[in-house]
Design a binder for this molecule. Structure first.
Ligand code: GP9
Ligand code: MN
Length: 631
């Protein structure tokens, strides 16, 4: 058996290759990962490798063959259990396991009762590699031999593993920029970094946030509470409760910035319908309104609107703190007799929506499974807005009333592609294809909203509703400044301009009300929750919110951005410079200093509420702090 001497490591190679092949087969047969091109296949195939090289490679440190072999078998068994656990979970939930879900036993109540439906007789195949490994060890005596491995060989082995990891991450980053920093979607993570690395990543995110949570107690809330109470704005007496019991339809307009409103592009009107709302007697148009999102983009805007708190400075709070206690607008409306929902034709796990919506106590999520996407009805990231609105209006007609629904559009999303038949205007003509196409998708979205208003009338839902339309975040990043400067007829886009370009439109449309007009005071997304609740006559004076009712006499024109920049009616603070809005020129920093201090406090307050999961210590009905020993 001398010829087998070379194969003293064959058990390691065998284990890696067997688990690798099995994992890829499982990807392709047990999950629906939506692989679209050759590169995605390639990434999928290589992505288990770095982790397997590491985890099995640890066996190279063991001195005796017995320990080494036991380690390899044990590892392959554990990995099989993890993989199979995911498969079983996926069969039921169409999603990947996260640690909090795993430890939330209530979830498994559902699972347990249908275990029989989830487990198949051929499932032992998921353990085929373990069985083969055992057999291999039994029949290959060389594997039981003692050996020592040279240090340089071992080092070379781990260098190879690291190289593999970087290759994987590099390719994933080109496929999905900012995959790890923004952590959008479990499916995308598994598809790109693989199921094993995904669990490590999840472990990292969860342990970081649970450490902060464990260290927090109710005492931190005292300070936050004092700040919130000292700064809250009382409702506008005339408008408070004026539209009680109306349905509320919130439309999050994807990537829509304010600069297109009442503007033209090469002689063509970009948003004819939204323009008509800017001087409609039943519509308030907020022309100095800003998004306050960070890396969590759409999900951050949802978070801000629901909770009147900021997202986080790093990552997406939807992912990192999906299990926290919240007092969302949905929950509040639910307590006041509303049926609450979100309508968005995408994967339910995108942005961890399915999980955090439970924390928000939203009654129903109309995700992609609630829609029928016909031939030619999808573009960019999914279903086109026109059929989305049409089907949504039909779904709304079935909802118990009054209802509150939040709709999230999708067509005006980067890369802003459109089918020919959906192009109502030409492209712009600059060096940025992104900006050039943006005008066309914005024009399409404008059309879809116009048609939606007609659908609502047809369904008999229009008169009895309040329709709130707002842009979720910017669509054109600073990478396109040159083209933007050309469009806006400016020499360059300065940090001052960039801050003001974060303005997104907000419309509050109240059919038949004769309440309307343009409001020019600076305002932000955190203000929506109190504004809407007050229009419906729902008190928020005990709520832990950072925004203020837009109609309140005490509302102040001061909008804080997530990155610390801010806009007031007089000043803009960006790039550590204080600008005077009257001139656009920089001015003495002292003018901005009081706002800088307040912005710091507000962002810190928001962060400590989220990181410490402080709302679990707060009774929003009485406004009292709950004894922290209880939770
Ligand atoms: C995805 C959609 C877009 O479901 O909301 O997310 P974004 O990339 O804009 O954050
Ligand atoms: Mn978005």
């Amino acid at each position: 058996m001398n010829s087998f001497k070379w194969s003293k490591h064959s058990i390691l190679a065998f284990a890696i290759i067997a688990t690798w092949i099995k994992t890829v087969i499982v990807y392709l047969t047990s999950f629906d990962l939506g692989i679209e091109n050759g590169m995605q296949y390639f990434i999928l195939i290589i992505n288990p490798l770095s982790f397997l090289l590491f985890i099995y490679g640890i066996s190279l440190f063991f001195k005796t063959a017995k320990v080494r072999n036991r380690y390899i078998i044990g590892t392959s068994l554990i990995l099989s259990v993890v993989l199979y656990g995911n498969v079983a979970f996926y069969r039921f939930y169409n999603d990947f396991i996260t640690l909090p879900v795993l430890f939330q036993t209530s979830n498994f109540g559902d699972l347990g009762s249908s275990a029989a439906a989830i487990i198949n007789w051929f499932d032992f195949l998921y353990f085929a590699d373990v069985i083969l490994l055992l057999a291999f060890m039994k029949f290959m005596p060389v594997l039981k031999e003692q050996f020592t491995i040279r240090k340089d060989v071992r080092r070379a082995y781990f260098v190879m593993a690291v190289a593999m990891l970087f290759l994987n991450l590099g390719l994933s980053e080109t496929e999905r920029p900012q995959l790890l920093t923004r952590s959008f979607d479990r499916e995308l993570l598994v598809k790109n970094i693989g199921t094993y690395n995904y669990h490590l990543y999840d472990l990292y995110i969860q342990s970081k946030s649970s450490a902060q949570r464990a260290l927090a107690d109710g005492s931190e809330l005292v300070e936050v509470n004092n700040y919130v109470r000292a700064n809250q704005a009382s409702p506008n007496e005339e408008l408070f409760g004026k539209y009680a019991d109306r349905n509320v339809i919130l439309v999050s307009m994807e990537s829509l910035q304010n600069f297109v409103i009442n503007n033209e592009m090469n002689g063509e009107v970009v948003t004819p319908f939204l323009n008509s709302l800017t001087n409609d007697p039943n519509t308030y148009y907020f022309s100095n309104f800003y998004h306050q999102t960070g890396l969590g983009k759409t999900s951050d805007s949802e978070f801000i609107v629901e909770n009147s708190l900021f997202g986080l400075g790093r990552g997406a709070v939807f992912f990192t703190h999906g299990e926290n206690t919240y007092n969302s607008m949905s929950e509040k409306l639910g307590e006041n007799g509303y049926y609450t929902s979100v309508m968005h034709p995408n994967n339910k796990s995108f942005w961890n929506r399915d999980r955090i919506y439970q924390s928000f106590n939203i009654d129903k999520f109309y995700d992609i499974d609630s829609y029928t996407v016909g031939e030619g009805e999808a573009v960019n990231w999914g279903m086109k807005d026109i059929p989305f609105f049409k089907q949504s209006a039909a779904l709304m007609s079935e909802m118990p009333q009054p209802f509150y629904t939040r709709m999230i559009t999708l067509t005006n999303h980067y890369p802003f592609y459109l089918d020919e038949e959906d192009k109502y205007i030409n492209e712009y003509t600059s060096n940025s294809g992104t900006l050039n196409r943006y005008f066309q998708t914005v024009r399409y979205m404008d059309e879809s909203i116009k048609l939606f208003f007609e659908d609502l009338k047809e369904q008999g839902l229009y008169e009895n509703s309040i329709i709130v339309l707002y842009g979720d975040h910017y669509g054109i990043s600073e990478n396109h400044n040159k083209a933007m400067a050309m469009y806006l007829n400016k020499e360059e886009i300065t940090p001052y301009d960039s801050a003001l370009l974060q303005s997104v439109p907000l419309f509050i449309h109240i059919p038949g009300s004769n309440d309307g007009g343009e409001i020019t005071q600076a305002a932000g997304q955190v203000d929506l929750r109190p504004t809407i609740l007050h229009l419906l006559g729902i008190e928020t004076s005990k709520d832990m919110q950072l925004g203020a009712d837009l109609f309140s006499e005490e509302h102040e024109g001061f909008v804080i951005f997530r990155d610390g920049r801010f806009v007031t009616d007089e000043f803009v603070y960006a790039n550590e410079t204080c600008y005077d809005r009257a001139t656009g020129e920089s001015t003495d920093i002292a003018a901005c200093q009081p706002y800088i201090d307040r912005a710091t406090i507000e962002l810190e307050n928001s962060d400590s509420i989220i990181n410490g999961d402080l709302l679990r210590f707060y009774d929003q009905h009485t406004g009292n702090l709950i004894d922290s020993d209880v939770k």
